[in-house]
Design a protein around this ligand. Structure first.
Ligand code: THU
Length: 128
């Protein structure tokens, strides 16, 4: 139920994707302990490395609004046919802010998979 709601919110956010270079739209929705859902999309740039992924947009929106912990679950969807597995940079950001949370990857046909951040990012770099 909550999973489906988050996937729906992620699809809504995906509509705002700015992706003229890859033509690959991504959307994300992050459920916080406050009950609030922060959404994000990928935002590209002519200087490719300035691009930000949908997952980090959602997380950084939450953090910038004062929510820095207690993230429960983040759903990711994309315009492609396969599961939108998160990139390594986003996984590192999951470890920073939501080590004990779940990640859902959803396909267009409604199928989805749920992982823990620890499953997606084992043996992660957390402190120095
Ligand atoms: N992208 C995401 O939004 N999330 C990921 O985890 C992987 C990649 C975006 C970045 C870029 O706009 C497009 O997908 C193609 O790489």
């Amino acid at each position: 139920m909550i999973d489906e709601m988050l996937l729906k919110e992620a699809y809504k956010a995906m509509q705002n994707s700015y992706s003229p270079y890859s033509n690959f739209k991504v959307g994300a929705a992050l459920l916080c302990k406050s009950g609030k859902v922060y959404t994000g999309c990928n935002i590209e740039n002519a200087s490719f490395s300035a691009t930000i992924c949908a997952e980090r947009t959602a997380i950084f929106k939450a953090v910038s609004e004062g929510e820095k912990d207690g993230f429960i679950c983040l759903a990711i969807v994309c315009s492609g046919d396969d599961y939108p597995y998160p990139c390594g940079v986003c996984r590192q950001v999951f470890v920073e802010f939501m080590k004990d949370a779940n990640i859902i990857v959803g396909k267009k046909n409604g199928e989805y998979k749920k992982f823990t951040v620890k499953e997606l990012m084992p043996n992660s770099f957390t402190e120095f």
